[in-house]
Design a protein around this ligand. Structure first.
Ligand code: NQM
Length: 364
Protein backbone atom coordinates (compact mmCIF):
# COMPACT_ATOMS: atom_id res chain seq x y z
CA UNK A 1 0.00 0.00 0.00
CA UNK A 2 1.24 3.50 -0.81
CA UNK A 3 1.27 5.69 2.30
CA UNK A 4 -1.70 8.06 2.17
CA UNK A 5 -3.81 10.09 4.58
CA UNK A 6 -7.61 10.22 4.81
CA UNK A 7 -8.65 13.69 3.69
CA UNK A 8 -11.86 15.52 2.78
CA UNK A 9 -11.74 18.49 0.45
CA UNK A 10 -14.31 21.06 1.49
CA UNK A 11 -15.40 24.52 0.49
CA UNK A 12 -15.75 26.54 3.67
CA UNK A 13 -17.37 29.92 2.93
CA UNK A 14 -15.28 31.57 0.22
CA UNK A 15 -12.23 29.36 0.90
CA UNK A 16 -11.34 25.78 0.11
CA UNK A 17 -9.24 23.44 2.20
CA UNK A 18 -8.10 19.92 3.03
CA UNK A 19 -9.77 18.62 6.22
CA UNK A 20 -8.13 15.97 8.39
CA UNK A 21 -8.79 14.21 11.68
CA UNK A 22 -6.03 15.19 14.11
CA UNK A 23 -5.25 11.60 15.07
CA UNK A 24 -4.66 10.68 11.41
CA UNK A 25 -1.82 13.22 11.08
CA UNK A 26 1.60 13.21 12.80
CA UNK A 27 1.40 14.69 16.30
CA UNK A 28 4.61 16.73 16.00
CA UNK A 29 4.23 20.16 14.36
CA UNK A 30 7.34 19.90 12.14
CA UNK A 31 6.41 16.47 10.74
CA UNK A 32 2.75 17.52 10.33
CA UNK A 33 3.64 20.73 8.47
CA UNK A 34 6.06 18.89 6.19
CA UNK A 35 3.27 16.44 5.33
CA UNK A 36 0.76 19.27 4.65
CA UNK A 37 3.24 20.97 2.31
CA UNK A 38 3.72 17.70 0.41
CA UNK A 39 -0.02 16.99 0.20
CA UNK A 40 -0.92 20.49 -1.01
CA UNK A 41 2.07 20.70 -3.37
CA UNK A 42 4.05 23.59 -1.84
CA UNK A 43 6.36 25.29 -2.47
CA UNK A 44 5.31 25.80 -6.09
CA UNK A 45 3.33 28.70 -7.58
CA UNK A 46 1.05 26.21 -9.38
CA UNK A 47 0.97 23.52 -6.63
CA UNK A 48 0.98 21.20 -9.63
CA UNK A 49 2.09 18.13 -7.65
CA UNK A 50 -0.48 18.51 -4.89
CA UNK A 51 -4.13 19.22 -4.16
CA UNK A 52 -3.72 22.92 -3.26
CA UNK A 53 -5.45 25.49 -5.47
CA UNK A 54 -2.38 27.74 -6.06
CA UNK A 55 -3.87 30.72 -4.17
CA UNK A 56 -3.87 31.56 -0.44
CA UNK A 57 -7.68 31.12 -0.34
CA UNK A 58 -7.42 27.54 -1.61
CA UNK A 59 -4.20 26.44 0.10
CA UNK A 60 -5.54 25.77 3.57
CA UNK A 61 -5.98 22.86 5.97
CA UNK A 62 -8.25 22.06 8.90
CA UNK A 63 -7.20 19.61 11.62
CA UNK A 64 -10.15 18.54 13.74
CA UNK A 65 -10.64 16.47 16.89
CA UNK A 66 -13.24 15.90 19.58
CA UNK A 67 -12.58 18.39 22.39
CA UNK A 68 -11.84 17.28 25.93
CA UNK A 69 -12.83 20.72 27.33
CA UNK A 70 -16.18 21.07 29.09
CA UNK A 71 -18.76 22.90 26.97
CA UNK A 72 -16.70 22.57 23.79
CA UNK A 73 -17.52 19.93 21.16
CA UNK A 74 -14.62 20.24 18.76
CA UNK A 75 -11.05 21.51 18.63
CA UNK A 76 -9.96 22.93 15.28
CA UNK A 77 -6.45 23.86 14.23
CA UNK A 78 -6.27 26.01 11.11
CA UNK A 79 -3.16 25.84 8.89
CA UNK A 80 -2.40 28.35 6.14
CA UNK A 81 -0.12 26.48 3.73
CA UNK A 82 2.07 28.97 1.89
CA UNK A 83 1.91 28.43 -1.88
CA UNK A 84 5.40 29.51 -2.89
CA UNK A 85 7.45 29.09 0.31
CA UNK A 86 7.91 25.96 2.48
CA UNK A 87 5.92 27.60 5.31
CA UNK A 88 2.82 26.64 7.26
CA UNK A 89 1.33 29.38 9.43
CA UNK A 90 -0.90 28.46 12.37
CA UNK A 91 -0.94 31.99 13.84
CA UNK A 92 -4.28 33.25 12.46
CA UNK A 93 -7.92 32.19 12.63
CA UNK A 94 -9.89 31.35 9.51
CA UNK A 95 -13.63 31.83 9.81
CA UNK A 96 -14.30 30.46 6.33
CA UNK A 97 -12.56 27.13 6.89
CA UNK A 98 -14.23 27.10 10.34
CA UNK A 99 -17.62 26.91 8.59
CA UNK A 100 -16.70 23.49 7.15
CA UNK A 101 -15.51 22.07 10.48
CA UNK A 102 -19.04 21.26 11.71
CA UNK A 103 -20.17 19.33 8.62
CA UNK A 104 -16.79 17.56 8.41
CA UNK A 105 -16.96 16.38 12.03
CA UNK A 106 -20.52 15.09 11.51
CA UNK A 107 -19.51 13.30 8.29
CA UNK A 108 -16.63 11.62 10.13
CA UNK A 109 -18.89 10.59 13.04
CA UNK A 110 -17.03 12.66 15.65
CA UNK A 111 -20.40 13.99 16.85
CA UNK A 112 -24.00 12.81 16.60
CA UNK A 113 -26.32 14.90 14.43
CA UNK A 114 -29.81 15.94 15.56
CA UNK A 115 -32.97 16.72 13.63
CA UNK A 116 -33.34 19.33 12.11
CA UNK A 117 -30.20 21.24 13.17
CA UNK A 118 -27.07 20.48 15.13
CA UNK A 119 -25.44 23.17 17.28
CA UNK A 120 -21.70 22.70 17.60
CA UNK A 121 -19.26 24.63 19.76
CA UNK A 122 -15.85 24.82 18.16
CA UNK A 123 -12.68 26.13 19.72
CA UNK A 124 -10.07 27.35 17.24
CA UNK A 125 -6.82 26.18 18.80
CA UNK A 126 -4.76 28.80 16.97
CA UNK A 127 -6.24 31.58 19.10
CA UNK A 128 -8.59 30.00 21.66
CA UNK A 129 -11.59 31.65 19.96
CA UNK A 130 -14.89 29.85 20.58
CA UNK A 131 -17.68 29.86 18.01
CA UNK A 132 -21.10 28.24 17.83
CA UNK A 133 -22.02 26.77 14.44
CA UNK A 134 -25.53 25.70 13.46
CA UNK A 135 -25.42 22.93 10.82
CA UNK A 136 -28.57 21.88 8.95
CA UNK A 137 -29.07 18.17 9.68
CA UNK A 138 -32.63 17.08 8.78
CA UNK A 139 -33.21 13.44 9.87
CA UNK A 140 -29.71 13.56 11.34
CA UNK A 141 -27.95 13.84 7.96
CA UNK A 142 -25.78 16.83 6.93
CA UNK A 143 -27.63 18.83 4.30
CA UNK A 144 -25.55 21.06 2.02
CA UNK A 145 -28.40 22.23 -0.23
CA UNK A 146 -30.29 25.39 0.64
CA UNK A 147 -31.24 28.86 -0.50
CA UNK A 148 -28.51 30.95 1.14
CA UNK A 149 -26.24 32.90 -1.19
CA UNK A 150 -22.90 34.35 -0.06
CA UNK A 151 -21.08 36.74 -2.35
CA UNK A 152 -18.01 35.11 -3.85
CA UNK A 153 -19.64 31.65 -4.20
CA UNK A 154 -21.87 30.80 -7.17
CA UNK A 155 -25.41 29.57 -6.45
CA UNK A 156 -26.93 28.86 -3.06
CA UNK A 157 -26.43 26.35 -0.24
CA UNK A 158 -27.59 25.55 3.30
CA UNK A 159 -26.94 28.34 5.80
CA UNK A 160 -24.40 27.80 8.58
CA UNK A 161 -24.96 30.62 11.10
CA UNK A 162 -21.83 31.28 13.18
CA UNK A 163 -21.77 33.23 16.43
CA UNK A 164 -18.52 34.31 18.00
CA UNK A 165 -18.39 34.51 21.74
CA UNK A 166 -15.10 36.31 22.37
CA UNK A 167 -12.77 37.49 19.63
CA UNK A 168 -11.25 40.81 20.75
CA UNK A 169 -7.46 40.57 20.77
CA UNK A 170 -7.49 36.83 20.06
CA UNK A 171 -4.22 36.95 18.10
CA UNK A 172 -2.51 40.14 19.37
CA UNK A 173 -3.75 40.27 22.98
CA UNK A 174 -6.02 43.32 22.73
CA UNK A 175 -8.49 44.92 20.34
CA UNK A 176 -6.17 47.84 19.57
CA UNK A 177 -2.80 46.15 20.15
CA UNK A 178 -0.68 49.24 19.39
CA UNK A 179 -2.43 50.99 22.29
CA UNK A 180 -4.02 53.63 20.05
CA UNK A 181 -7.04 53.76 17.75
CA UNK A 182 -4.99 55.56 15.11
CA UNK A 183 -1.23 55.42 14.53
CA UNK A 184 0.98 57.25 12.05
CA UNK A 185 3.30 54.94 10.13
CA UNK A 186 5.44 56.30 7.26
CA UNK A 187 3.34 59.48 7.59
CA UNK A 188 0.05 57.62 6.93
CA UNK A 189 -2.83 57.34 9.44
CA UNK A 190 -3.64 53.67 10.12
CA UNK A 191 -5.72 51.67 12.59
CA UNK A 192 -4.26 48.41 13.94
CA UNK A 193 -7.11 46.20 15.12
CA UNK A 194 -7.66 42.54 16.09
CA UNK A 195 -11.22 41.39 16.54
CA UNK A 196 -10.38 37.82 15.53
CA UNK A 197 -7.87 38.77 12.82
CA UNK A 198 -4.98 41.27 12.97
CA UNK A 199 -5.81 43.86 10.30
CA UNK A 200 -4.25 47.21 9.48
CA UNK A 201 -6.86 49.64 8.17
CA UNK A 202 -5.72 52.19 5.61
CA UNK A 203 -7.49 54.90 3.62
CA UNK A 204 -7.40 53.85 -0.04
CA UNK A 205 -7.06 57.49 -1.07
CA UNK A 206 -3.74 57.77 0.81
CA UNK A 207 -2.34 55.35 -1.80
CA UNK A 208 -3.88 57.02 -4.86
CA UNK A 209 -6.67 54.41 -4.93
CA UNK A 210 -10.48 54.69 -4.74
CA UNK A 211 -11.20 51.42 -2.90
CA UNK A 212 -13.36 50.36 -5.84
CA UNK A 213 -10.56 48.80 -7.93
CA UNK A 214 -10.63 45.18 -9.10
CA UNK A 215 -8.15 42.75 -7.51
CA UNK A 216 -6.11 42.82 -10.74
CA UNK A 217 -5.87 46.61 -10.53
CA UNK A 218 -4.84 46.46 -6.86
CA UNK A 219 -2.18 43.83 -7.57
CA UNK A 220 -0.84 45.96 -10.46
CA UNK A 221 -0.40 49.02 -8.20
CA UNK A 222 3.29 48.36 -7.57
CA UNK A 223 4.14 51.62 -5.76
CA UNK A 224 1.08 51.36 -3.47
CA UNK A 225 1.94 47.72 -2.66
CA UNK A 226 5.53 48.66 -1.81
CA UNK A 227 4.34 51.39 0.60
CA UNK A 228 1.69 49.08 2.13
CA UNK A 229 4.26 46.32 2.79
CA UNK A 230 6.58 48.84 4.50
CA UNK A 231 3.69 49.85 6.79
CA UNK A 232 2.78 46.19 7.38
CA UNK A 233 6.26 45.28 8.62
CA UNK A 234 6.22 48.18 11.11
CA UNK A 235 2.60 47.56 12.16
CA UNK A 236 3.43 43.90 12.87
CA UNK A 237 5.90 44.99 15.56
CA UNK A 238 3.42 47.45 17.09
CA UNK A 239 0.75 44.70 17.13
CA UNK A 240 2.94 42.28 19.18
CA UNK A 241 3.42 40.04 16.14
CA UNK A 242 7.18 40.59 15.88
CA UNK A 243 8.82 40.22 12.47
CA UNK A 244 6.02 39.51 9.98
CA UNK A 245 7.96 39.35 6.70
CA UNK A 246 7.15 35.61 6.40
CA UNK A 247 3.80 35.71 8.25
CA UNK A 248 0.31 35.96 6.73
CA UNK A 249 -0.77 38.52 9.34
CA UNK A 250 -1.49 41.35 9.69
CA UNK A 251 -3.84 41.61 6.70
CA UNK A 252 -4.03 45.06 5.07
CA UNK A 253 -7.46 46.50 4.32
CA UNK A 254 -7.84 49.55 2.06
CA UNK A 255 -10.99 51.45 3.00
CA UNK A 256 -13.22 54.00 1.29
CA UNK A 257 -16.74 55.35 1.85
CA UNK A 258 -19.40 52.86 0.71
CA UNK A 259 -20.06 52.83 -3.03
CA UNK A 260 -22.89 50.27 -3.27
CA UNK A 261 -25.17 51.10 -0.34
CA UNK A 262 -23.16 49.18 2.28
CA UNK A 263 -21.41 50.67 5.31
CA UNK A 264 -17.79 50.70 4.07
CA UNK A 265 -15.87 49.72 0.91
CA UNK A 266 -12.88 47.36 1.30
CA UNK A 267 -10.06 45.88 -0.74
CA UNK A 268 -7.98 43.50 1.39
CA UNK A 269 -4.44 42.19 0.93
CA UNK A 270 -3.81 38.78 2.60
CA UNK A 271 -1.15 40.13 2.81
CA UNK A 272 0.31 40.30 -0.72
CA UNK A 273 -2.47 38.82 -2.85
CA UNK A 274 -5.75 40.70 -3.03
CA UNK A 275 -8.61 38.82 -1.35
CA UNK A 276 -11.33 37.97 -3.92
CA UNK A 277 -13.88 39.04 -1.26
CA UNK A 278 -12.89 39.44 2.42
CA UNK A 279 -12.09 36.98 5.21
CA UNK A 280 -14.60 36.26 7.98
CA UNK A 281 -12.59 37.63 10.91
CA UNK A 282 -11.21 40.27 8.56
CA UNK A 283 -14.78 41.49 7.96
CA UNK A 284 -15.59 41.32 11.70
CA UNK A 285 -12.49 43.38 12.48
CA UNK A 286 -13.29 46.00 9.79
CA UNK A 287 -16.96 46.20 10.88
CA UNK A 288 -15.86 46.64 14.50
CA UNK A 289 -13.59 49.56 13.63
CA UNK A 290 -16.45 51.20 11.69
CA UNK A 291 -18.47 51.65 14.91
CA UNK A 292 -15.66 52.71 17.25
CA UNK A 293 -14.82 56.44 17.29
CA UNK A 294 -11.22 57.41 16.67
CA UNK A 295 -10.42 54.75 14.07
CA UNK A 296 -9.56 55.37 10.42
CA UNK A 297 -12.70 53.40 9.48
CA UNK A 298 -15.10 55.40 11.69
CA UNK A 299 -14.75 58.58 9.62
CA UNK A 300 -15.42 56.72 6.35
CA UNK A 301 -18.25 54.41 7.43
CA UNK A 302 -22.03 54.72 7.36
CA UNK A 303 -23.13 52.14 9.96
CA UNK A 304 -26.81 51.59 10.77
CA UNK A 305 -28.33 52.91 14.01
CA UNK A 306 -29.35 50.72 16.97
CA UNK A 307 -27.80 48.22 19.38
CA UNK A 308 -27.87 45.34 16.85
CA UNK A 309 -26.14 46.45 13.68
CA UNK A 310 -26.24 44.51 10.41
CA UNK A 311 -23.06 45.79 8.82
CA UNK A 312 -22.79 45.32 5.05
CA UNK A 313 -19.07 45.31 4.30
CA UNK A 314 -18.47 45.91 0.59
CA UNK A 315 -15.71 43.86 -1.11
CA UNK A 316 -14.69 43.00 -4.70
CA UNK A 317 -17.35 40.27 -5.07
CA UNK A 318 -20.27 42.02 -3.32
CA UNK A 319 -21.14 42.29 0.36
CA UNK A 320 -20.28 40.49 3.61
CA UNK A 321 -22.89 40.95 6.32
CA UNK A 322 -21.61 41.05 9.92
CA UNK A 323 -24.04 41.30 12.82
CA UNK A 324 -22.64 43.33 15.73
CA UNK A 325 -24.18 43.44 19.19
CA UNK A 326 -23.28 46.75 20.76
CA UNK A 327 -22.67 47.59 24.42
CA UNK A 328 -21.08 50.48 26.31
CA UNK A 329 -22.46 54.00 26.05
CA UNK A 330 -23.30 56.31 23.13
CA UNK A 331 -20.06 58.23 23.72
CA UNK A 332 -17.95 55.12 24.31
CA UNK A 333 -19.57 52.20 22.47
CA UNK A 334 -18.20 48.66 22.64
CA UNK A 335 -18.75 45.58 20.46
CA UNK A 336 -19.92 42.68 22.65
CA UNK A 337 -20.58 39.88 20.14
CA UNK A 338 -20.54 39.22 16.43
CA UNK A 339 -22.27 36.82 14.11
CA UNK A 340 -22.56 35.99 10.45
CA UNK A 341 -23.74 33.35 8.01
CA UNK A 342 -21.57 31.12 5.84
CA UNK A 343 -22.20 28.02 3.75
CA UNK A 344 -19.95 25.00 3.12
CA UNK A 345 -19.89 21.89 0.95
CA UNK A 346 -18.04 18.59 0.95
CA UNK A 347 -16.34 18.37 -2.44
CA UNK A 348 -14.37 15.15 -2.28
CA UNK A 349 -13.52 12.44 0.22
CA UNK A 350 -10.65 9.99 -0.09
CA UNK A 351 -6.98 9.37 0.45
CA UNK A 352 -4.45 12.14 -0.20
CA UNK A 353 -1.07 10.89 -1.41
CA UNK A 354 1.78 13.23 -0.43
CA UNK A 355 4.69 13.63 -2.80
CA UNK A 356 7.85 12.08 -1.43
CA UNK A 357 9.83 14.05 1.10
CA UNK A 358 12.58 16.33 -0.13
CA UNK A 359 14.75 14.96 2.66
CA UNK A 360 13.88 11.23 2.50
CA UNK A 361 14.55 8.95 -0.50
CA UNK A 362 11.29 8.15 -2.35
CA UNK A 363 12.08 4.54 -3.29
CA UNK A 364 9.40 2.26 -4.85
O1 NQM B 1 -10.56 36.33 8.09
C1 NQM B 1 -8.51 34.81 4.21
C2 NQM B 1 -10.56 33.59 4.15
C3 NQM B 1 -9.46 34.21 4.91
C4 NQM B 1 -9.41 34.13 6.35
C5 NQM B 1 -7.47 35.55 4.73
C6 NQM B 1 -10.73 34.22 7.01
C7 NQM B 1 -10.92 35.14 8.15
O2 NQM B 1 -11.25 34.28 3.43
O3 NQM B 1 -11.49 34.66 9.12
O4 NQM B 1 -11.68 33.56 6.69
O5 NQM B 1 -7.71 36.60 5.32
O6 NQM B 1 -6.31 35.13 4.51
O7 NQM B 1 -10.74 32.38 4.24
Amino acid sequence: MRPGVRCMLMRGGTSKGAYFLADELPAGAAERDDLLLRILGSPDARQIDGIGGAHPLTSKAAIVSRSQSPGIDLDFLFAQVNVTEPLVDTTPNCGNILAGVGPFALERGLLAAHHPQTRIRVRTLNTGTVAELVVQTPQGVVCYEGDTAIDGVPGTAAAIPINFLETAGSVCGSLFPSGARTDAIDGVSVTCIDNGMPVVLLRAQDFGLTGRESCAEIEASAEALRRIESIRLQAGRRMNLGEVADAVVPKMSLLAPPAQGGCIATRTLIPRKCHASIGVFGAVSVATACVLPGTVAYALASPPEGPIKLMEVEHPAGFFQVRLEMGGTREDPTVERSGLVRTARALFDGIAYPRSSATLPGAC
